[in-house]
Structures are given as C-alpha cells and as structure tokens.
Design a protein around this ligand. Sequence first.
Ligand code: UD1
Length: 420
Amino acid sequence: MDKFLVEGVGPLTGDVRISGAKNAVLPILAATLLGSSESTIGNVPHLNDVTTTMSLLGRMGCGITVGDNMTVAVDPTLINDYTAAYELVRTMRASILVLGPLVARYGQAEVSLPGGCAIGARPVNIHIDGLRALGAEISIDGGYVRARAGRLQGARIAMDMVTVTGTENLLMAASLAKGESVLENAAREPEIVDLANYLIAMGAKIEGAGTSTIHVQGVDSLTGCHYDVVPDRIETGTFLVGAAVTRGRVKALNTVPGNLGVVLEKLREAGAEVTTGDDWIQADMHGNRPQAVSISTAPYPDFPTDMQAQFCVLNAVAEGTAKVIENVFENRFMHINELQRMGADMTVEGNSVTIRGIEKLRAAPVMATDLRASASLILAALMATGETEVRRVYHIDRGYERIEEKFHQLGAEIRRQPDK
Ligand code: UD1
C-alpha cells in the first residue's frame, strides 16, 4: 500500500492531458464480451479498475493483448468460464457490468455481488429486475447472482431510479435480445452515450442514448471493432478545481467541454475565468481566492456526485459560506471528517454540509476513503500549510492515471512512498 506526501506549494499552473474516462472504459470492456470477434479499444487509461476488468475478462478465457498507445484488444471467442469471482468483484463494483453481456451472449453468468467504494448500500436490484424483464432467470445465492437465459426477448423497462451501470447493463443485454426494447428513465451520462456509440459501431441498433428513453432494436450478432474511449470529464473537473483551490491557471487538454456544462458554470460562479476550445478547457483564477458556491448533486446533466468532494475543498478555502447537498448516495461525506482534521469549517446535517471558507488549511495525516474523496484530499493538501500525508492511495489509483505525475507537471510536489 502506498501513501502520498503532499506539499502545499501555491498556485497550480500549466497544461494537463486528460486520460480516457474510467466510467466509459469499464462498460466498454465489458461490452467486448458481446462481440463475435476481437475488439480493440483505444485511449484506455492506465488504472487499477481497468487492470481488474482485464483480469476478470482474462479469467473467463478472453484473449487480452495490451498494445502500444493505450490500446487493449479483447478476443471474446475463447471464453469458457462465465464467472466473476468475489475476490475481483469486491475491489470493483463495476464488475456487475459483465452480467448483462454474459447472459445476452452466452445465456449464463455467475457474478458476485459487488463491493467497491463504501458510499452507501448501492444495491443492484434494477439491473436484476431489468434482466428478468428481458427473460433471464435469476437467483441470488451465496453472495452470487446466478443467471440463465435462452435468447433474451426485448421488453419495455421502466427503471425506478436513474442508475448509470444499471442502464448500461440493460442496454448491452437488449442489444442482442430478440425484438425491440425501450429503456425508460435511463441515465443520460456521456459515458452511456460512449457505450452506445461503441455498440452501434459493433452493429447494434440504438436510438436515444443521452436522453431518458432509449430504443434498442435487438440484432442477432455484434462484430468486434476498434473504438476510442471518450476523455474523462471527472478527471478534467478535478484538475480545473485544482486551479480554483490554489488560485492558479490550469488548461485541460484532450477533453470534451460539452460534457462538463454545470461544473464549468460553478467554476465561473467561483470566480474562475473559464475558456474553452474544441478539445480543451482552461480555468484561470488570476491569483484570486475562490468565492463559495453551493451545489446539489443529481444525475446528469445536473451536478455530478463524482465532483462533490472536490467542490467541498473549493468551498473550504473560499470566501463566504456554501451548502453542498448530496442527493445520489446516502453516505458520501466520508471526506468531511478528514477535511475537518485539516482545519476545514464544515457542519454535516443529514445529506447536506455547510461549509464556511477559511483562508488556508493545515497539513495533517489523512486517509483516502472512496475514489473521488481521495482526490479531494490531494486538492486540500495543495492549499494547506505544511506537508500532508494521504494514506490508502490505492483508492486514487483505481480511478486516476498517474495523478501525482500530472499534478507535478502543474507545479505540485507529491511524493509516493510505500506505507507500512
Ligand atoms: C456510476 C459511476 C459512479 C457514479 C455513479 C453516480 C460507473 C462505473 N460508476 O455508479 O462513478 O458515482 O454512477 O453518477 O459508471 N441504485 C439502486 N438500485 C440499483 C442501482 C442503483 O437503488 O439497482 C441507486 C444507488 O444506490 C444510488 C443511485 O441508484 O443511490 C445511483 O447509483 P448508480 O447510478 O447505479 O451508480 P453506479 O452505476 O454504481
């Protein structure tokens, strides 16, 4: 296990290249299982969650080749085991994404119930009910979801809640079902659109991805192809918040400005000058302290829960008082305790936190809890006096590629050390 030692060194300044999106590459790698031939996925970020997914597919018998230039080729034709074992799934909740493709293509799956970030109960009932509606027989036994099916049959599925991976599982399954499926109350995240575009490139017939009603005309087979993963909007947002927190200027390259609408609005409200081009975004604070900005998380296109922790840090050092409301997950304030240890003035009440900004935080030993919360601790450490020790950084490595190197390019001093 590693830890980071982070020095508060003043404004972050410079350019940073954004990697492929974690939340797009994971469903896309799972979707390679649907193909009748090899797919090559490009712009794959080097993340622990990607390694876990490759192990998952490799154990099933898929041929995996890691190529130059961030490509991963997956050949699903050799698959001979339809199991996702607990020891892998427990480290990554998104493993549940193999359930839909396995049932749709191979008529069988045994997938351990997920673990992953400790941010609330996070059930998978909508995934299971949806697959049942498509004709799969599913039982839950010994911590495993066991599914069997003949050819799935298209169905109209109204999801009770907006779920990102739930929508993805059902989209993948419906692509190979017989006849039409309609997914209602679908998640609208850009990562859903990216998955749909990959499926369409394989031969799927999908309309409406990115809206709350997705129509799928099932096809008999899908063919492997090459596909490049969309850039990561959460990584982009994290570095831009880094500029706001440290009163600096950061230009995120190789990104998609259109996927960060509300986040950019909130950065502007915080006082950043935000400029964009076709594939870049710059946030410039011109040396000024950020203004407090209240946020309330909700599914896309509203403010992302995956940016909530970073904006808590922004507010911790901002001028004024802000209220941050978490509506997506019931237990996503674990970073607050850690930030309080660094002197942040924060009061939690139910699913909201009131933050009164102070000029500077103080270094303290802190512990990463979930993935995005961990990144927020680095942001906090950058605006703290002294050297902050951030422990359990394996959470960060799950979702951010070479985060310390990228921050280093922007002038930060972060050292990685083994932690006993
Ligand atoms: C995905 C993202 C994660 C992000 C989250 C919300 C991936 C790999 N992960 O997670 O980074 O924080 O979306 O934007 O894409 N729910 C149910 N029943 C279900 C499924 C979900 O009640 O069957 C609830 C959850 O407990 C939660 C809410 O729905 O309260 C949203 O969760 P969901 O969108 O499913 O999150 P993930 O897809 O796991």
